[in-house]
Structure formats: C-alpha cells, structure tokens
Design a protein around this ligand. Structure first.
Ligand code: PEP
Ligand code: MG
Length: 594
C-alpha cells in the first residue's frame, strides 16, 4: 500500500513496576490459550498447504523438544531429560496425526483449530483415566500441544524465554515469576504485560534484575506486534509505540537526570543509615539467590533482610538437596559477613508454583496451601531446609524467619520442628549457631492482631506488607483491575503496623519491613515514625531509602506517624507523608510526571 510510511506515535499507560527507560523491538510472547486460537475455514485449493503447515509445526516442535532435552541433559542429567521422551512420542502418535489430518481435509478446518480440538479431547480422556500413568500423560499432551500451537501460530512460548536470540522488548499477556527468573538481561531489555501489579513476584523480580517493566496494560499484547519499535518508561508506567524524535530527545534528558541522581545517591551509599537526630536504622536488601550478592554489596545495604529461598526451588525438575541449599545459604552468609542474612523458609504457593512438588491447582492459591502451611505438612522438605539453614548458621550472621504465620499454633509447630532439627544436629555433632535468631513474618492480619502472643516466641518481626495489604483489604496483589484499591496508607494498614510494632516493643523485639511498602521513598519517614527499625528493600532501592532515612528527623517522623494514626483517610495519610518526604528530599521527586 503506497500510503504514507510515517508511523504515528501512540502512548499506552500502565503500572510502573521497575524503573528505567529502554527502547527496542517488540517480541510478543503469547500463551496459546483457547480463546486465542484462530478458527477459520480453509479453501479447497489451500488444503495441501494447510497440511504442509501442520507438518512443519510438528517438525519445528520436535526440534524444539530435542533442544530442550539436550539442555536439560547437560544441566540436570540424562534421567531428567528422559521425561521429554514422552513428549516426543506424542508428536509421533499415528492416531493424532491421522485424526487431525482428517479434520483438516474433510471439514476444511485450519490446522490450529483441528489440532487443538483433538488434543483437548485426548487430554481430557487421559486425565479422567483410572490409571495414574495415563493421567500423567494428559499433562504431556497439553504441554506438547501448547508448543505445537505456538509454532503453528508463529508465536513464541513464554517458556522459550531462554532462547531469545536478539535483544528485545518482551510483550506478553502475563509472565510467571519462574519465567521472569529465567530472563537473560542481555536479551530482554524490558518487558510489558497486560496483567500484573506492583507487588506481584514478577514485578519484584524485575526490580531485582533491574529490568525496566510496565504491567497492567490490559490489552498491550494484542495491540503490539513483533518488530515494532517501542520505548518503555518504567518510571512513569508508559509504553510509547513509534516514539518521535521529540519524545526520544525528552527521554534522553530524563535518563540523564536519573543517571546523575543515581550517581549522587551512590556517593552516600557507604554512609550509615542514621536519621538526622542520630537513630541508627538497619537497611538491608531482599534477594532471591546467591547471584544477588554483588548487587547487595554494591548497593550499600548492610546484609539481607529477606532471602526468598523458594527461587532455589524454581525452574528445575526436582527440589534442591539439603547440600545444595546449604551451599547457597552458606555462600551468601560468608560473602556478607558480618552483616546479618535473614533466610526466609520456603514460601511456595500463591504465584510461585513449583511443578515438581505436585501441588494441586487451587481456586484461591493466595488463600491456599502456601508457605508455612505447606512446610508444616511436607515435613521432610521443611526439615531438609531447616537443617541446611542451621548448618549454614555456623557463619555466625544467619537469622531465619517463617512466612505466612497466621497465629500462635503455626508458630509453635514450626518452632517445635526447629528444636527437633537442632537436637538432631547436636546428636550428630554437626555444628550450628546455638544462638540463631528465629523471627516471624507478619503478613496476615490475624498475626498482626495476635502479635502479642507471637512476640513472646519470636526473636523479631518482619512485616510482609505485600501480603498484609492484600489480605487486609481483600485486594488480590496480582490483579491489575483492582490495583488502584491496593492502598498501603489505608488507616487499617497503619493500625496493623502500629499494633505489631508496639507488641514487639513490649517484648523487647524489633520490627522490620521487607514488603514493597518499605521501598517507597514517600513512605520512609512515616514508617520510621511508626517505629520500624529495619528496612529490607530491593538492592536497587537501597541508595534512595538510605538517603531518605538520612534526611529524616526522627522526632518529626514520630509526629507525622502520630498524626497519620489519627487520620480517617488513606489519601490524607499519603499526602502528609509525601509532602514531608518531598520537603526533606526534593531532588528525589522532581521527575514524578511526564
Ligand atoms: C510480603 O508479602 O510482603 C513479602 C515480603 O513476601 P512475598 O512478597 O515474597 O510474598
Ligand atoms: Mg509474603
């Protein structure tokens, strides 16, 4: 079409979840869900072509599976790689090929639709079988089927993130934490998704990996196509399609301003996190693996306030052994010694699903078999982790905490198991830190309200505000449609934090924060005023939060918090907190618009 080639700029607004500006070519990743599968009639003269397309789709899938099998064999061993034999067999199944070919030829149905119909029928029959072996084949069928459909539709599967061959801006309906954890930063310049929110683990990982990201864009995966030029503004949550020269010029300036701000923040990174009036605050980092040690060190953090150990369990075929876990925990502890390293016991479930642990699908995974609930039932997995953590504690700077404690009973059970493991290690003469401190995460409203009882049996509290807010306000932390209802400064949240801190103080234990609320510089003085004495934030946020702490006067922060506790509206609390933060650190907030 000889129409004007000039491309128009378009701006999409979403939720900014990971800072940075980047620009590149779009690569759309689409999970071939039922409703996305095209269905159309094929003309008689095109039937041959359609069958060839099916053949090509099967051949490409075979190549892909062989490649995955090769990779798994080299990283995990031949035994694990053999599970892909079942996938290869599906591809050669004569009934499948005959039946799909017949549907295309006789009913003139396109290959994707014909294939999908058959695969679904086959998989449901298998999944209803009495025979366990056959039931398991239903999963293989679905897995292979989604690969074939992706190939037929010319789309890449999210799971093929590892083999992206050129740098791109990833566009997807959604991304799971395990997919995000697999991202290669050289290939993924930034990503944007239809779904998601600030406190999803995908967003948290993006910040940890320092990949610019905007989520909650509703339909972006349908609006953008492969090869289009886009710019992502991870500061303000904008995605600009076909940016004009003027836009690029403006963004050049924004990037320079941020770079110089970051540079000046880095200059203060080795100073202590002490308020103007001399209150020393512990500022540490959240990590997902030993690979994050260098970022922790270079951020100026004093240790780790939250080691999310579940990432050691993700993207693999089997749980890690006790030895592998010990190595990982010990490595982090030694590398950061003498700074404390708080290892959180396994928090799988919610959006962190591990296929190898046979966790059934749930209607409400965030309200389901998650974290400590899982560990208290799957005792062998839990004991192995406890042994690994206790053994690593010989480094002298390890602390441990439990996620998702809802009340005293769970805490007592978990402490009971830790005592048993301690006794076991003592009996074997295996050294560990007898003084290892064990804390509780406060991330369920019932725990905050029962914090008096928990404080008697915990060495410290760490507020998991990501969950605390979702559970208190009934706002799913993953759902972009209700992201605007997720309100960290809601009066109820402040009261829960206050209740927890006061309960801790009465028993002489400290309360920290490791949820994302702690990374919001607008809220730092408020949280200080509420009595939080430890902040654990993404490494990338450490310099900013340290700067804010150093600008705050504790007596003013306490007055701010006292006034906030009297407020009836979250918006008013936010406004008070924001205006104090702006007053003491104006340079930090200059770019909060576009
Ligand atoms: C939290 O809930 O605030 C927290 C730190 O834990 P996670 O984000 O891993 O659920
Ligand atoms: Mg949590």
């Amino acid at each position: 079409m000889p129409a004007s080639r000039k491309k128009t700029e378009r701006i999409f607004r979403g939720i900014p979840v990971s800072a940075g500006v980047c620009r590149g070519k779009v690569r759309v990743l689409v999970d071939p869900k039922d409703d996305a599968i095209p269905r159309y009639a094929v003309a008689d003269e095109d039937l041959e072509k359609e069958l060839k397309r099916l053949d090509r789709g099967l051949a490409e899938t075979r190549k892909e599976i062989l490649e995955v099998q090769r990779q798994v064999a080299s990283t995990l061993g031949v035994k694990d790689a053999s599970i892909f034999d079942a996938h290869l067999l599906v591809l050669e199944d004569p009934t499948l090929i005959e039946e799909v070919t017949r549907r295309i030829q006789q009913d003139k149905l396109n290959a994707e639709s014909a294939f999908h119909e058959f695969a679904e029928k086959y998989a449901s029959t298998l999944s209803e079988s009495e025979d366990e072996y056959l039931r398991e084949r239903a999963g293989d069928m679905r897995d292979v089927s989604s690969r074939i459909l992706a190939n037929l539709m010319g789309k890449r599967r999210p799971s093929s993130l590892k083999d992206l061959s050129e740098p791109c801006i990833l566009v997807s309906h959604d991304l799971t934490p395990s997919q995000t954890a697999m991202m290669d930063k050289r290939m993924v310049l930034g990503f944007v998704t239809d779904a998601g929110s600030r406190t999803s683990h995908t967003a948290i990982l993006a910040r940890s990996l320092r990949i610019a990201a905007v989520v909650g864009l509703s339909t972006i995966s349908q609006e953008l196509g492969n090869g289009q030029e886009v710019l992502i503004d991870g500061y303000n949550g904008l995605v600009v399609l076909n940016p004009t020269d003027q836009t690029l010029f403006e963004y050049g300036q924004i990037v320079r301003r941020h770079a110089s701000l970051e540079e000046s923040l880095r200059e203060g990174k080795d100073k202590a996190a002490t308020t103007r009036d001399g209150f020393r605050i512990a500022l540490s980092a959240n990590i997902e693996s030993p690979d994050d040690i260098e970022s922790v060190k270079s951020s100026g953090a004093e240790g780790v306030g939250l080691f999310r150990t579940e990432y050691l369990f993700i993207n693999r075929q089997k749980p890690p052994t006790e030895e592998e876990q010990y190595d990982a925990y010990h490595k982090v502890a030694v590398a950061l010694h003498p700074c404390p390293v708080i290892i959180r016991t396994l928090d799988l479930g919610g959006d962190k699903i591990l296929s190898h642990l046979n966790v059934p699908q749930e209607m409400n995974p965030f309200l389901g078999w998650r974290a400590i609930r899982f560990c208290l039932e799957e005792k062998e997995i839990f004991r192995a982790q406890l042994r690994a953590i206790l053994r690593a504690s010989v480094a002298g700077n390890v602390k441990m905490m439990y996620p998702m404690i809802s009340g005293l009973d769970e805490l007592l059970q978990a402490n009971g198991l830790v005592d048993e493991v301690r006794a076991e290690l003592r009996a074997k003469g295996t050294p560990f830190d007898e003084k290892l401190e064990v804390g509780s995460m406060i991330e369920i409203p019932s725990a905050a309200l029962a914090s008096d009882a928990l404080a008697k049996r915990s060495c410290f509290f760490s507020l998991g505000t990501n969950d605390l807010i979702q559970y208190s306000m009934a706002v799913d932390r993953l759902n972009e449609k209700i992201a605007h209802l997720y309100e960290p400064t809601h009066p109820a949240i402040l009261r829960l934090i206050h209740t927890t801190v006061q309960a801790g103080k009465r028993r002489g234990i400290w309360t920290g924060i490791c949820g994302e609320m702690g990374s919001d510089p607008q809220l730092t003085p408020l949280l200080l005023g509420l009595g939080i004495t430890e902040f654990s934030v993404a490494s990338s946020a450490v310099p900013t939060i340290k700067y804010l702490i150093r600008q705050t006067t504790m007596s003013e922060a306490v007055a701010l918090a006292e006034a906030a506790l009297e407020c009836e509206s979250g918006a008013e609390i936010l406004e008070r907190s924001r205006s104090y933060a702006r007053k003491i650190a104006p340079t930090l907030f200059e770019d909060d618009k576009v």
